[in-house]
Design a protein around this ligand. Structure first.
Ligand SMILES: C[S@@+](CC[C@H](N)C(=O)[O-])C[C@H]1O[C@@H](n2cnc3c(N)ncnc32)[C@H](O)[C@@H]1O
Length: 286
């Protein structure tokens, strides 16, 4: 979980029920003077075992119904292939071109907003040897796993808070150290969560690090974890240096040394304040 002046980020996994905390969390925010939600992004990959989830996460429709009961201008999307790999998103449609004057105001505001971007890499079918690092058999503690896997090198200059579960599993949150010119901007974070069990291995990577070229970072991440398949999502606003991310990912038809990962799907969506790129890759030949 990351909390900053204007933003609250919560990431969970397994059968946790993150949407259940929305109402109490909004009430808490109201109490300390935050009355309006400026924007909202609820997203997740398709579940591997949807039948094991509990309410309100038994299906995207149920999640949307709960969100719709709290937000009057929410819109729900599914990117990717609904019978294979896909990614669900619920976001607010503030403006969304319904009224041209409002849309013009939003466009003008967007030209003055602070740069903002988020990259997520959601990986499945990971290399068992890499995953064994995130077990108590191979590492005594989280710091050892972080070092052995090379997680500290993915985005250098982070203060890392890591945790190695017993008997296996790993989570880390990182915040950029106080910056000097040329390094990451303040408020830059990275968060990685690892489920190493071979039958349902899963690694999620997320960061708001700014970049006009994410290919190197993506290649470092997939080299570190060696997934069989992965989904990339990149949100970038107009002033972000990542505003050309779609073109970059569009060029990346293959990734990794020798192009082991082939792109199978790509989509581009424009929202009122952010552009979104979605792509799905899998190992070639699979
Ligand atoms: C990455 S962790 C859970 C991450 C957690 N939601 C978080 O945000 O830090 C999931 C992995 O840890 C393992 N694990 C072991 N003990 C756990 C516990 N008490 N709670 C959650 N996961 C645990 C699971 O088997 C799985 O491989």
């Amino acid at each position: 979980m990351f909390v900053s002046k204007r933003r609250w980020i919560l990431k969970t996994c397994g059968t946790t029920t993150p949407l259940q905390c929305l109402e109490p969390m909004l009430a808490m925010a109201e109490k300390i003077g935050f009355h309006d939600v400026g924007d909202l992004f609820y997203s997740r990959k398709n579940f591997k075992r949807p039948d094991l989830q509990i309410s309100p996460h038994r299906g995207f429709e149920e999640e949307v119904a709960l969100l719709d009961s709290l937000f009057e201008d929410g819109q729900a999307y599914c990117l990717g292939s609904i019978n294979r790999e896909c990614w669900y998103l619920y976001t607010l449609a503030r403006g969304s071109g319904r009224d041209h004057r409002i849309q013009r105001c939003i466009d003008e505001m967007n030209n003055f907003t602070e740069p903002d971007q988020t990259i997520e890499i959601l990986m499945t079918e990971l290399d068992p040897q890499k995953m064994s690092i995130f077990t108590k058999i191979e590492c005594d503690n989280a710091a050892e796993a972080t070092e052995k896997a090379g997680i500290h090198k993915l985005i250098p200059g982070m203060v890392i808070d890591d945790y190695l579960f017993d008997p296996c599993g790993y989570s880390m949150n990182g915040i950029a150290k106080n910056t000097t010119a040329g390094e990451h901007s303040q408020g830059c974070y990275m968060t990685i969560h690892i489920t190493p069990e071979p039958d349902f291995s899963y690694v999620s990577f997320e960061s708001n690090v700014s970049s006009s070229n994410y290919t190197e970072l993506i290649e470092r991440v997939i080299k570190t974890f060696q997934p069989g398949k992965f989904v990339i999502t990149i949100f970038a606003n107009k002033t972000s240096s990542a505003s050309n991310a779609f073109r970059e990912i569009d060029h990346a038809t293959r990734l990794g040394q020798c192009g082991q990962w082939k792109r199978r799907d790509i989509q581009y969506t424009r929202f009122p304040s952010y552009d979104l790129t979605y792509a799905h890759y899998s190992k070639f030949p699979s």
